[in-house]
Design a protein around this ligand. Structure first.
Ligand SMILES: N[C@@H](CCC(=O)N[C@@H](CS)C(=O)NCC(=O)O)C(=O)O
Length: 215
């Protein structure tokens, strides 16, 4: 049995996309991370910071997007989204998978918060370094790990899409736009986006937000 703890339009949306790519059978447990008073304390037993995503597979809990993505792509080998050990794409695949959460996400968040610091002060370095690196990677190859779509792309494209198109924090570069054009219309992505949209429309936070805009 596979349980997926998720909140729509959040950092766990990349995992929703991955589950759809894998054709996995899962039970979605919605965690309302925007509820008044915060997420109930009992969820901390699943995710120590009460964040999404988390999964529970055959009684084992896995947290952190990079770990969840690696785990799921290996657990559903028929989808062929995880380059196998020995495949030259395995290294770039793992690198990009971890890079998304360990470097790109915190560096961009720091920039959005207006932090000023030197690269060597934090493990994730500076946003401009991450942006230039991703630009170089996506100029050299069509997908995160090489010439084919892998589970690393559900993480990378979610991050790029969100920061470039929603937050407007990531500069629009031709390599980023071309990459998003290559992946955005994948049926699994469209299915996940539809599910997220339906869920978001039912959460009080977004209902209030959209009602406010309409009024
Ligand atoms: N390190 C975690 C971060 C997950 C994360 O930041 N989740 C956000 C979703 S945007 C969250 O649940 N925030 C709710 C909160 O902090 O209360 C991962 O990569 O899985």
């Amino acid at each position: 049995m596979l349980k997926f703890y998720h909140a729509p339009w959040s950092r766990s949306s990349g995992i929703l996309w991955l589950l759809e790519e894998l054709g996995a059978d899962y039970d979605l447990v919605e965690i309302d991370i925007r509820q008044e008073g915060g997420v109930p304390e009992e969820y901390r037993l699943i995710q120590p910071s009460k964040k999404v995503p988390a999964i529970e597979h055959d009684g084992v809990v896995i947290t952190e997007r990079a770990a969840i993505t690696t785990y799921l792509a290996d657990a559903f080998p028929n989808a062929e989204l995880a380059p196998k050990i020995g495949d030259p794409m395995r290294g770039p695949y793992l690198t990009m998978l971890v890079y998304c959460d360990a470097v790109f996400d915190p560096a961009l968040s720091a920039q959005v918060q207006g932090w000023t610091y030197e690269s060597n002060r934090f493990s994730f370095g500076l946003a401009e370094e991450a942006i230039d690196y991703l630009d170089r990677v996506l100029t050299e190859r069509p997908f995160a790990a090489g010439d084919r779509f892998t589970a690393a792309d559900t993480q990378l494209a979610s991050g790029i899409g969100y920061t470039m198109d929603m937050m407007k924090a990531l500069p629009e570069r031709p390599s980023f736009r071309a990459y998003m054009d290559r992946v955005k219309d994948r049926p699994a992505n469209l299915r996940a986006a539809g599910k997220d949209q339906d869920m978001a429309m039912k959460t009080p936070f977004f209902q209030k937000q959209f009602a406010g805009q309409a009024g």
